[in-house]
Design a protein around this ligand. Structure first.
Ligand SMILES: Cc1cc2nc3c(=O)[nH]c(=O)nc-3n(C[C@H](O)[C@H](O)[C@H](O)COP(=O)(O)OP(=O)(O)OC[C@H]3O[C@@H](n4cnc5c(N)ncnc54)[C@H](O)[C@@H]3O)c2cc1C
Length: 488
């Protein structure tokens, strides 16, 4: 067996979360080994957020052009996928090459190792024949992979996951989308706007099932207006492929056919590959259980999707800030410095220098993760932005709930906007505490309007203060004022 090489920290998986942690710890002067088996940057820049939002930007341009009729004359639109595919290839992903990202990391002083890593006992990480002994800690940022349901026949077919959908150079004539969550709806609308005949099949009784039912309704209506067929309450039972196309059979005799099948039914962490048993951690969990400083167990932290705290890039980045602060605090304590893990405040030092997220970048106590005001945006048109609890979640927790809703089309800005103005603002308040605990903002700028609502939930701004605020006229966010008036 190879002699272990001693370093300060090993980061396994350099996706959004891992790359951020590894880079910042290296910049703080630690010897950091970052291990990545695929592309540095992870899912977001190569097969997730960035290319999918480029696709959405293009599809929305088509939709806006089509809205010229009746507003500003007439426009003839001839969609062409070639510039979208080219932009994804050349601008977003460097043809799925991570040279720039690797250099970004090594430029910060990190040491890059390409390969698959697994834990090999306390403080040890094995990558092939190489073994690293981490003096101060190991950070697991291994993300998730598509979760493919055990539908009869599916595994033997050339179905797409998000990866093939993002890499596509030539669009199919028709597409079945299995899964009506955020990713499924975003991609379904994009492809439909480029002329693909799209059918969405969802097992739950509505699309975007985790969000407010009103949001599901608006999103489904918008997709239908784009020509997308949506079938909810259909559990897929069998999938076949005859060389030319797919057939999906659902419970109750439903049958759908298309040239391509995209499976977007959620994502799953693969803990069984990580050697967790060698450090006494249960590999049978769905996600890596962590505490509010992202500790898995002594000397091991986790960051990003693998923690199951919300599969979003902004969650991975937020958690990365906490991990960086906590690891540096451990290092400082190991060196005999003051303890910043509780309420003690430290001045100067590496934590402040590295600008931990959640602390506003200033030196101080290691921040604790708090997901009460977790924002999320589904980038359909209209966008569905949401933060905190839905009405149902709040009621299930026994909270004394008040709800206020205002429709965008009947707001001044919505009325002016006219075509494409679908949406609403829905507020969920804790009547006893007099604060918002959740909000949904659907509309042409739903994700942007969400920002003010996220501040309100995050900072627990009293409803009275929110009612006294001045809301610029005629913005979409003025609908918040109307929704506040409607709280009951
Ligand atoms: C189509 C799509 C659209 C999305 N859009 C958005 C969006 O608009 N906004 C948003 O916030 N989020 C979005 N997301 C989610 C976002 O991409 C993820 O939340 C984010 O990538 C999570 O980062 P991560 O670092 O946790 O994991 P990943 O990005 O998954 O990175 C994990 C890395 O670890 C590596 N790895 C795993 N195991 C090992 C091992 N044993 N050894 C070495 N390396 C390993 C993997 O190769 C991978 O590169 C989208 C996702 C998809 C699929």
């Amino acid at each position: 067996m190879a002699e272990p090489e001693v370093v300060d920290v090993v980061v396994v998986g350099l996706g959004v979360g891992g790359e951020e942690v590894a880079g910042r710890l290296a910049e703080a002067g630690l010897t950091v080994v970052g291990v990545e088996r695929d592309l540095v940057g992870g899912e977001c820049p190569y097969w997730g957020c960035i290319p999918s939002k480029m696709m959405i930007r293009a599809a929305n341009a088509i939709a806006e052009a089509r809205r010229i009729d009746g507003l500003a004359g007439a426009a003839e639109v001839r969609p062409d996928w070639a510039p979208v595919a080219k932009r994804i290839r050349e601008e977003a992903t460097d043809t799925w090459d991570d040279t720039v990202a690797v250099e970004r990391f090594t430029g910060k002083g990190g040491r890059f190792v390409r390969g698959s890593a697994r834990l090999d006992g306390l403080g040890r990480v094995r990558v092939g024949e190489r073994v690293f002994q981490a003096r101060h800690g190991i950070v697991l940022g291994t993300g998730t992979k598509p979760s493919v349901p055990p539908v009869d026949g599916l595994a033997d077919t050339p179905y797409w996951t998000n990866r093939q959908a993002i890499e596509v150079e030539e669009l199919p004539e028709s597409l079945l989308v299995l899964g009506g969550g955020a990713i499924g709806l975003e991609l379904a609308q994009v492809f439909a706007r480029f002329g693909v005949r799209v059918t969405v099949v969802e097992a739950a009784d509505r699309v975007l099932a985790v969000e407010e039912p009103e949001a599901s309704e608006v999103a489904a209506a918008a997709l239908r207006a784009d020509g997308v067929e949506i079938h909810t309450g259909v559990r897929a039972e069998r999938v076949g492929h005859d060389g030319r196309g797919f057939t999906l059979r659902g419970a109750g005799g439903a049958r759908f056919t298309a040239e391509r099948l995209l499976v977007v039914t959620g994502r799953r962490a693969h803990l069984d590959e990580l050697g967790l048993d060698t450090v006494g951690v249960d590999a049978g969990q769905r996600y890596l259980a962590v505490d509010d400083r992202l500790h898995v167990t002594e000397g091991i932290w986790a960051v990003g999707d693998v923690t199951g705290e919300g599969a979003f890039t902004h969650v991975a980045m937020y958690q990365a800030g906490i991990v960086v602060a906590d690891v540096l605090d451990h290092v400082r304590r190991a060196d005999g410095g003051p303890d910043a893990s509780g309420t003690a405040r430290v001045t100067g030092g590496a934590v402040g220098a590295s600008g931990a997220a959640g602390t506003g970048g200033s030196a101080g106590a290691v921040p604790r993760a708090d997901y009460r005001a977790l924002p999320r945006v589904t980038f359909t048109d209209p966008e569905v932005g949401a933060v905190g609890l839905t009405e149902r979640q709040a009621r299930e927790r026994g909270i004394n709930v008040q709800v206020g809703l205002s429709e965008l089309p009947s707001s001044a800005r919505g009325w002016i906007h006219k075509s494409g103005n679908e949406g609403f603002v829905k507020l969920v308040a804790d009547a006893d505490r007099g604060v918002l605990i959740g909000a949904t903002s659907v509309g042409p700028a739903g994700g942007e309007v969400l920002s003010g609502l996220a501040v309100a939930v995050h900072a627990a701004v009293p409803l009275g203060r929110l009612r006294q605020m001045i809301y610029a006229y005629p913005t979409f966010h003025r609908a918040i004022e109307d929704a506040l008036r409607n709280l009951r």
